[in-house]
Design a protein around this ligand. Structure first.
Ligand code: CIR
Length: 256
């Protein structure tokens, strides 16, 4: 069960962040509306929110998930793989100190983006991506082991369609993984019950379970139907403006 979440409102320059999308830029007003609806959904799931001020020097800083990995015992500050995002870490340290006694840090030359880290109970999947490198993954695995967690590395560097591991993977329920089709048969996931996401709905794989409810991107009927069939309660949310910046539901908060 989670009781808290940290969120950071998108800044005025949100649309200047990193993206692989070539289409229209996100609309700031619409992004704020979607962000507010997201915050309300987390509250509806019983979370108390800590609202951080927009960080106008870092357009991607609304994606707070990337700068820390949280466990029951510690907050691990990451070292984001994109140069423009490195400075975001300093601004999350103080808020995390209010909740965590132990703060650990990924050190250079290691890089880790929280979006590559998928927690499934006492086990973590650590994506090796173009943001999270092997050194960072190794440091993180050691920190996690010190806190009693096991971990598996999942190399996604050859995959063009996703930025982070969690762009195509989510752990929900007791022992289930929501996985994009391209990764669904990977041996790393063989001990789990797999809910496959069809290629046209890949974006929806980035869903999050919060205290028994699943927040899912609106507009992905096949995955929604599968999850309802499995007995999950869904909270669909519009996140189109965040999708334009390669972000999704998991990246917009740190939940603990
Ligand atoms: C970036 O490219 O870093 C941001 N525009 C999007 C980060 C999304 N974060 C995530 O999936 N955890």
């Amino acid at each position: 069960m989670f009781s808290q979440a940290i969120v950071r409102k998108p800044g005025q320059n949100f649309a200047d962040g990193l993206t692989t999308h070539q289409g229209p830029r996100p609309d700031h007003r619409k992004a704020l509306e979607q962000y507010q609806a997201y915050c309300r959904a987390l509250e509806k799931c019983g979370l108390k929110l800590t609202h951080l001020e927009p960080d106008e020097t870092h357009p991607d800083s609304t994606f707070v998930e990337d700068v820390a990995v949280l466990t029951k015992n510690a907050a691990i500050l990451t070292r984001p793989g994109a140069k423009t995002r490195e400075g975001e870490v300093a601004n999350i340290r103080e808020p995390l100190k209010n909740f965590f006694k132990t703060i650990q840090e990924i050190q250079s030359p290691g890089t880790v983006d929280g979006g590559d880290i998928c927690e499934a109970g006492d086990h973590f999947f650590i994506g090796i991506s173009h943001r999270t490198n092997e050194e960072g993954a190794k440091q993180l695995a050691i920190f996690l082991a010190q806190s009693g967690y096991t971990s598996t590395l999942v190399d996604i560097r050859a995959m063009k369609s996703i930025l982070h591991l969690k762009s195509g993977l989510a752990a929900i329920g007791e022992h289930q993984l929501v996985v994009m089709e391209e990764m669904a048969d990977r041996p790393e996931f063989r001990n789990y019950e797999i809910i496959r996401v069809t290629p046209e709905e890949t974006y929806a794989a980035n869903c999050i379970e919060v205290n028994g409810q699943v927040l899912i991107a609106a507009g992905f009927p096949k995955l929604a139907a599968q999850l309802i069939n499995q007995g999950f309660r869904l909270l669909p949310l519009e996140v189109s403006e965040f999708q334009k910046m390669d972000g999704g539901l998991s990246c917009l908060s740190l939940r603990f």
